[in-house]
Design a protein around this ligand. Structure first.
Ligand SMILES: Cc1cc2nc3c(=O)[nH]c(=O)nc-3n(C[C@H](O)[C@H](O)[C@H](O)COP(=O)(O)O)c2cc1C
Length: 198
């Protein structure tokens, strides 16, 4: 073990906190029913039970407008595959509000089970969320929503309902300083629970 540490200047803080969260393509609809998709490296499950999923989006983006107007969003989690991650980059590209990024790219969607935004068919895990609260600061909107329906590819969970890591292949965004880089890690380590001394 080394106790020696180096101090990092603010320009290095973002890249050191990598990977930050699960990468996600978030689908929303506008009040006319147009579908929108945006990519979010900041997507995190912030409560276990009930499940709440949060992310931050830029003020004035289509996702921002739709989330505030409809209170609904669907979090689609890609796997660490070239096809899925290419869809992430497509959804992260700016298109006009009335253009669906997914339709433009020929990406198949399937309707969600409870909410209006669709699911990205080729992605394996989907969390349909209703907005619980938002908070705007800087040029960002922090969105926190409650999962009201969750679905996945059948092979992504085992008989006990646990994630099959090598099928789901969870993927993370390395962060803006790393541009189009993604990372995944599948090694699972199980440790004995910590028992607090009396
Ligand atoms: C890999 C990746 C991760 C991104 N993560 C975020 C994020 O966490 N927050 C954010 O505001 N924008 C993020 N973006 C940018 C948005 O996806 C982008 O602004 C998009 O055009 C927004 O879509 P919309 O205007 O259709 O809502 C990311 C883009 C990419 C490619």
């Amino acid at each position: 073990m080394t106790t020696e540490k180096i101090n990092i200047g603010p320009e290095g803080w973002d890249r050191l906190f990598a990977p930050s969260s699960h990468i996600a393509v978030i689908t929303t609809v506008d009040t006319d029913g147009h579908t929108n998709a945006g990519s979010y490296g900041t997507c995190t499950r912030v409560n276990h039970d009930p499940v709440y999923v949060s992310f931050t989006c830029g003020v004035g983006t289509d996702t921002y407008n739709n989330v505030l107007a409809t209170g609904e969003y669907v979090v689609n989690l890609p796997s660490f595959t070239e096809e899925n991650l290419a869809t992430v980059l497509l959804a992260g590209t700016h298109f006009d509000p009335d253009v669906s990024e997914l339709e433009f790219g020929g990406i198949t969607t399937v309707p969600s089970t409870k909410l209006r935004p669709p699911r990205v068919a080729d992605f394996g895990r989907h969390f349909e969320c209703e907005v619980e609260w938002t908070h705007q600061w800087l040029n960002r909107l922090m969105v926190c929503g409650k999962a009201v329906a969750v679905s996945c590819n059948p092979e992504f969970v085992d008989a006990a309902g646990d994630l099959v890591w090598e099928k789901a292949k969870p993927a993370h965004y390395c962060g803006a300083p790393y541009h189009e880089s993604f990372v995944a890690a599948y090694e699972v380590m199980t440790l004995p629970a910590y028992v607090k001394p009396e």
